[in-house]
Design a protein around this ligand. Structure first.
Ligand code: URA
Length: 193
């Protein structure tokens, strides 16, 4: 049977392919428009996301909302998912085994969404989606093309909360994302106020 969003989310909710499922409060499957042309991919849920079952609802999420607003986007126009769908304890990085166990769900989400553009948020997402040796400090803002999809990575909003000196570079990357989206997206309104 081909996936639907509903069956995929239900199946994912029952996943116990790694130990993270046993310790979570909620699955954090994804949020936003299931017909979006632009997909944002983060690392994994933190405490607030685990409590609410939604990605990027804590402090990093507030900054992500502000970053999207700069380029005329919001959650209703994009789809947001994570590399791992259950919270790693203490917000540690997901282990490679957890990442690998979870990636098939992201692949199936991506196959359903068929985005024109993917924006990886931070190193963990970029290494999983673009290439294992991805260096976020050197390669943020670079463009890659895989299976017809334009892919880039920017600093994770949590990194931008910790280090405000990274913000000007991210502003440049965001404007490039806006320009690329205006070029390749047909249905996404990116007008800024
Ligand atoms: N950080 C992430 O990478 N994902 C979230 O959903 C929240 C914080």
């Amino acid at each position: 049977m081909p996936d639907t969003w509903e069956t995929l989310e239900r199946e994912c909710n029952g996943c116990r392919a790694c130990p993270l499922g046993a310790g979570r409060q909620h699955l954090v499957f994804g949020d936003g428009s299931r017909t979006a042309e632009i997909m944002f991919i983060g690392e994994g849920p933190g405490q607030r996301e685990d409590e609410q079952g939604l990605p990027f609802v804590g402090p990093a999420g507030q900054l992500l909302n502000d970053m999207m607003e700069i380029i005329g986007l919001d959650r209703s126009k994009v789809y947001i998912a994570n590399i791992v769908k259950c919270r790693p304890p203490g917000n540690r990085d997901p282990l490679n085994t957890e990442r690998d166990a979870c990636l098939p769900w992201l692949r199936r989400q991506t196959a359903l969404l068929r985005p024109k553009m993917i924006v990886c948020l931070g190193r963990i997402a970029a290494q999983a989606v673009i290439k294992p040796e991805f260096r976020i400090t050197k390669e943020h803002g670079h463009w890659f093309r895989k299976a017809g999809v334009w892919i880039t990575a920017i600093y994770h909003p949590s990194a931008l909360l910790r280090d405000v000196y990274k913000r000007p570079e991210t502003f440049v990357d965001l404007k490039a994302i806006q320009a690329k989206a205006r070029e390749i997206c047909e249905r996404t309104d990116l007008s800024t106020p």
